[in-house]
Design a protein around this ligand. Structure first.
Ligand SMILES: O=C(O)CCC(=O)C(=O)O
Length: 307
C-alpha cells in the first residue's frame, strides 16, 4: 500500500494502545439502548443518601472487603439479555478482537455509579475526603452492593485488583448518559502504560496539563491528562497499566456507567504487540500499599483531585 494511503487509514485500537494506552470508539454504542438500560437501572433505587448505612450501623461492624458486586449479587445479571448493544456492537467486537484476538472473554462486568456530593452523608464525607480510593461499598447498605459506588478514585492501574496476573486484559467503559466535566468524567494519563506495572499510590507530580510519572525503578515519563467526556453511548477501552481516575462528583445527579474487563483469547493478539513495547513489568506480586490489614485506607493522598 502506498505510504499516502496508509496514512489516511484510521489508527487501529492496537495502534492507539501503543501510542497512548487507550482507544475511544469513534461511534460509541447505541445511545437509545443505553438510555433505556439507564432508565431501568434508575428504577431499582434512589441514588441518594438512602443508599448508605447510618454511622452507628457502620461502626458496629465495619467491613471493607466483599462489598463490591459479585456473582449472585450483581445488578447487571438482571439485565443480561439487554447488553447486546455493547457486547455485540460491531465496532466494539472488531476493536476488542483487534486488541485481544479471537475468543476473547468477559472477565467481569458491572454497573459503576459516581455518587454525587449531595448524596454522600456528612459523617462519611468527613471520613473519606482525600482518601486515595473512595469506593463506597463498605458504607452502602448490603442490599445495594450489587453496583460499585465511587466518590472519586485517584490515578490507578486496573491491574491493582490482580496481584500476580499479567496485564492480559483491558477495561471497557461505557457512559449510559452524557458525561460532561462536572459529571465525574474519567481522567486518563496518555501513554502512562509504557512504564508497565507500578505500585499504587503512584508517583505523580503535576505541571500544567502534564504529569511527571516515576515508576520507582529509575524510569520516568511525562504524560498528558485527557478528560473523557462524551454523549450517552460513549465507549473507551484502556490498557491494564494505563493510569486513570475520577474526582469526587460535583454535579447533583449520579453518573452511571458500564464497566467491563475483557481478557485475551488464546491466540495471537494486538495486546501482545502493545505489551512488547512496555519498559516495565507486566505483573506485580503486590499492587498497592494504601490499605491496612482490614482493607481500610491508611494514607491520605490524592493526585487526581488536583487534575
Ligand atoms: O467510575 C469511577 O468513578 C471510577 C472508575 C474506575 O476508575 C475504574 O472502574 O477503574
Amino acid at each position: 500500500m502506498p505510504a499516502a494511503a496508509r496514512r489516511a487509514l484510521p489508527a487501529s485500537p492496537t495502534d492507539d494502545f501503543i501510542a497512548a494506552g487507550y482507544h475511544a470508539f469513534p461511534r460509541g454504542v447505541d445511545a437509545i439502548a443505553a438510555a433505556a438500560l439507564l432508565a431501568d437501572v434508575r428504577a431499582t433505587r434512589r441514588f441518594d443518601a438512602s443508599l448508605f448505612l447510618t454511622e452507628a450501623a457502620f461502626d458496629a461492624d465495619p467491613r471493607y472487603v466483599g462489598v463490591n458486586p459479585e456473582p449472585g449479587r450483581n445488578l447487571l445479571e438482571r439485565f443480561e439479555d439487554r447488553l447486546g448493544f455493547v457486547e455485540a456492537d460491531p465496532g466494539i467486537v472488531a476493536g476488542l478482537t483487534d486488541l485481544l484476538g479471537e475468543g476473547y472473554e468477559i472477565l467481569n462486568r458491572k454497573l459503576v455509579c459516581g455518587v454525587p456530593a449531595t448524596s454522600v452523608p456528612a459523617w462519611l464525607k468527613a471520613r473519606i475526603t482525600d482518601n486515595p480510593v473512595n469506593n463506597l461499598g463498605a458504607y452502602v447498605r448490603p442490599e445495594y452492593r450489587d453496583v460499585t459506588y465511587f466518590y472519586g478514585i485517584d490515578f490507578h492501574q486496573d491491574l491493582i485488583d490482580f496481584k500476580d496476573r499479567e496485564a492480559d486484559f483491558v477495561t471497557l467503559y461505557v457512559y449510559l448518559h452524557e458525561v460532561g466535566p462536572r459529571d465525574a468524567p474519567l481522567y486518563l494519563l496518555e501513554g502512562s502504560h509504557r512504564l508497565g506495572a507500578t505500585v499504587f499510590p503512584h508517583r505523580l507530580t503535576r505541571t500544567g496539563e502534564a504529569w511527571r510519572y516515576a515508576d520507582g525503578r529509575r524510569g520516568e515519563a511525562w504524560t498528558l491528562q485527557r478528560m473523557l467526556t462524551g454523549p450517552a453511548g460513549f465507549a473507551a477501552v484502556w490498557h491494564a497499566c494505563t493510569l486513570h481516575g475520577t474526582q469526587p462528583h460535583a454535579a447533583d445527579h449520579e453518573r452511571i456507567s458500564l464497566r467491563y474487563l475483557f481478557a485475551k483469547g488464546r491466540g495471537p493478539a494486538g495486546l501482545d504487540r502493545v505489551n512488547a513495547t512496555l519498559s516495565g513489568p507486566l505483573r506485580l506480586a503486590d499492587t498497592r500499599r494504601d490499605l491496612d490489614a482490614a482493607g481500610q485506607a491508611r494514607i491520605k493522598a490524592n493526585s487526581v483531585n488536583r487534575a
